[in-house]
Structure formats: C-alpha cells, structure tokens
Design a protein around this ligand. Structure first.
Ligand code: APR
Length: 248
C-alpha cells in the first residue's frame, strides 16, 4: 500500500462534508463470502450470470433456489470483517451514504446506518407472481422447502435480489442519485463491470466529486479515478480510519 496515496485520501476524507462509499463483493471477501468474478466463480458448473436471471428462474426455480440456499447457508456462518466495521463507524458521520451491491447483509450486521441496498437482500423473499404480499424477511438456513412458497397466495417465492436484466428499485435509485453530490466518492471491492452500479463512480465525478478506489486488482474504471489504493479493503480501510482520526 503506497503511503502517500493513503495519506492523501485520508486528508480528503477528513475534509469531506459529504462522503459516499460504494461497495462490492470484495469488501466481504475477508469474511469468507466468495466474490462473483474471483477463483470461486462457479457453483457446480454454473456462472452467476447463468443463474441470476428471470429466465433461469422461469426454467428451473429449484436449481436457482439451491444456489441461493447454498449461499445463504455460507453467508450465515460469516462475520463482518474490519472493512465493514470501519464503514459502520463512518456511517455515524453526517453526510455519509453507503451504497452496496452486496446482498449478504454484512454491512447491516456491522451496524451500518442507512445502507442503500442497490441489489436487494438475500434475506428477503418476494412473491414471484406478484400477489399483494410485497416482500418478507426469512433468515432460515437451510430453507425448509425448495423452492419456497409465498405464505399469502401459495405461489412461488423468489429471492428479493436484483437479477441481470432487471431494473433497480426506483426508490433505491433516487437515494443513490441523491448521494452523487458528494465531495468524495469511494469505490471499494467491486470489479465495476455491472451497470448501473458501475456508473455511479463516473456520475459522481462528473458532478465534481473526488473519486477513489480500494481494490487489490485494477478495474474497468481505473482510467476514470482520481486515486487508487491497490490493497485489500480490510487492510486499507482500518489504516485510513486511523489516519482520519489522527491516531497514526
Ligand atoms: N478487498 C477489496 N477488494 C477485493 C478484495 C478485498 N479483500 N478481494 C477481492 N476484491 C475485488 C476483486 O479484485 C474484484 O475487483 O473485489 C472485486 C469483486 O468483483 P466481483 O466479483 O465482480 O463483485 P461485484 O463487483 O460486487 O459484482 C457486481 O455482479 O454478479 C453480480 O449482482 C452481483 O452485485 C454483484 C455484481
């Protein structure tokens, strides 16, 4: 981790009146949650893009639910890591917004306030045919029945997440849009290949935000950043936090 870069970002973070952080799967990697485009990309022989679609669910809801049930069980055994903990502390600052693409709920478990769940939550279920039972929380692992059913109408239930080809909830988009007017936008642990989430960084920069990234790998938005810290989130965020607080 390059010290001058970390020091510069910590100074920007200290001065920022409005700070928006966008996170992706990499922030949960140290907790043991597999990333989507990393070495543990495949479940059985399937890629996430083969399963996280309305078409896949239409063809074989049981298979899609087996994948989600496996992920739910895996995540239930994971704990927030130091990266989540730093962001949870920062969420008590005025002008702070956390937008996450993660559906694992680990930011909330770390105590983060006001999380904007861009892609929904793996702990929420929805009625697939869309009866008036909007959504409900179910943290049972493993689920008693696959595929699970809507308790109101008996129709198929689906995970309360956003699949490829689906739109982002307009209320979530509005909250994200409002957070683009910030002094610093920090993108942490995302490959920045999935839109519209990946466009948040460029949109904030176009409005004048200083844009930085924390990721051990180079990403697709590398050319559009003001600063990049090539390090794992669970190392870089505690170091930044200590600098912001004048502890080192
Ligand atoms: N700290 C920070 N970043 C890390 C770490 C770590 N410890 N470990 C891995 N990374 C980085 C990887 O280098 C990669 O760039 O995290 C990123 C994870 O990228 P993806 O697996 O593509 O995850 P994400 O960007 O969140 O995916 C976006 O795609 O499949 C969909 O809906 C799903 O929300 C997801 C979306």
């Amino acid at each position: 981790m390059d010290s001058s870069t970390v020091i510069e970002l910590s100074a920007r973070l200290r001065r920022a009146r409005r700070l928006t952080v966008v996170t992706g799967a990499g922030v949960s990697a140290a907790s043991g949650v597999p990333t989507f485009r990393g070495p543990s990309r495949l479940w059985r022989s399937f890629r996430p893009e083969d399963l996280a679609t309305p078409e896949a669910f239409g063809r074989n809801p049981r298979l899609v639910w087996e994948w989600y049930d496996w992920r739910r069980s895996l995540i239930a055994a994971c704990l927030p890591n130091p990266a989540h903990e730093v962001l949870a502390r920062w969420s008590h600052r005025d002008g702070f917004t956390l937008i996450t693409q993660n559906v694992d709920g680990l930011h909330e478990r770390a105590g983060t306030r006001g999380v904007v769940r861009f892609h929904g939550s793996i702990w929420e279920l929805r009625c697939a045919p869309g009866c008036r039972n909007d959504s409900w929380e179910d943290r049972t692992v493993p689920l008693a029945e696959l595929p699970p059913r809507c308790p109101r109408c008996g129709g198929l239930a689906r995970p309360g997440v956003v699949w490829f080809g689906e739109s982002i909830d307009p209320r979530v988009l509005a909250r994200s849009e409002a957070a683009l007017d910030c002094d610093v936008m920090l993108s942490v642990g995302t490959s920045s290949v999935v839109y519209p989430a990946a466009g948040l960084v460029q949109a904030a920069r176009a409005r004048g935000a200083f844009v930085a990234e924390i990721n051990p790998a180079t990403t697709d938005v590398a050319g559009e950043l003001d600063l990049a810290i090539a390090a794992p989130a669970e190392e870089a965020l505690p170091r930044l936090d200590a600098l912001v607080n004048g502890m080192v």
